[in-house]
Design a protein around this ligand. Structure first.
Ligand code: ADP
Ligand code: MG
Length: 240
């Protein structure tokens, strides 16, 4: 579903991603871990072209994405993203948030988009919040709306950048539950998270990033019980 070849990215002369190679299968759930500043967000942002890499190739579902030629809005439709801080439109109700892109970008009919939005709200457990405004919702509810909004574009891949890091502890579980169900439904997912319980239970693979390199990857059972790289060992000790 995603193929990354020799990806590099620098900011102000500092290389943040160094020769990243990555293959993600359809329906695979990959959890990306690593210290702050290791390049996790930059990698996700490159995958849906919020950032354009300096060199290397990205293929999505068998198609080479040439940032100079491909319509990147089209790519962003196929690769959904959920952010730490939700990024909902504050002046729009929940349902308006969800139908915005399907109606204005995908040119779906409003009635059809609304029907789909209600279905998705049911799925994330917020069927009764369609007419609420973001400020009336808890962080966990906002994040579930953000997930529904991303799903409304019918993406092939979902990227999550620390989706529960801004939440009060008691609200983390409801968001992880929605993500778990999404994984069970076969969504291809790349998730940056410090929730190791989620990684153990849901991830097919854990990838450890350090200084812009993939230094280790493997099945969660292996990475968490017998990490090979000293930096992975140290990192895992720090976060539990
Ligand atoms: P992580 O998500 O693992 O914490 P990031 O990908 O956010 O790491 O950042 C990796 C490095 O790139 C950091 O040193 C950060 O300061 C730098 N960086 C990220 N985005 C930008 C940007 N837009 N401009 C300049 N530097 C950036
Ligand atoms: Mg980050």
């Amino acid at each position: 579903m995603i193929q990354v070849k020799n990806l590099t990215k620098s900011f102000d002369g500092q290389q943040v991603l160094k020769n990243i190679n990555l293959d993600i299968q359809k329906s695979e759930v990959v959890v990306l871990i690593g210290a702050s500043g290791s390049g996790k967000s930059t990698l996700l942002r490159c995958l849906n072209f919020l950032e354009v890499a300096d060199s290397g190739e990205i293929w999505i579902d068998g198609e080479y994405i040439d940032p100079k030629k491909t319509n990147l809005n089209k790519v962003r439709e196929e690769v959904g993203m959920v952010f730490q801080h939700f990024n909902l439109f504050p002046h729009m109700s929940v349902i308006e948030n969800i139908i915005e892109a399907p109606v204005h970008v995908k040119k779906k009919r409003k009635t059809e988009a609304k029907q789909k939005a209600m279905e998705l709200l049911g799925k994330v457990g917020l069927g009764d919040k369609a007419d609420a405004y973001p400020e009336q919702l808890s962080g966990g509810q906002k994040q579930r709306v953000a997930i529904a909004r991303a799903l409304a574009m019918e993406p092939k891949v979902m990227l999550f950048d620390e989706p529960t890091s801004a939440l009060d502890p008691e609200l983390v579980g409801e968001v992880l539950q929605v993500m778990k169900e999404l994984a069970k439904d076969g969504m291809t997912m790349v998730v940056v998270t410090h929730e190791m319980g989620f990684a153990r239970e849901v991830a097919d693979r854990v990838i450890m990033l350090a200084d812009g390199h993939i230094i280790e990857e493997g099945h969660p059972a292996q990475i968490f019980t017998s990490p090979k790289h000293e930096r992975t060992q140290k990192f895992l000790k720090q976060i539990v």
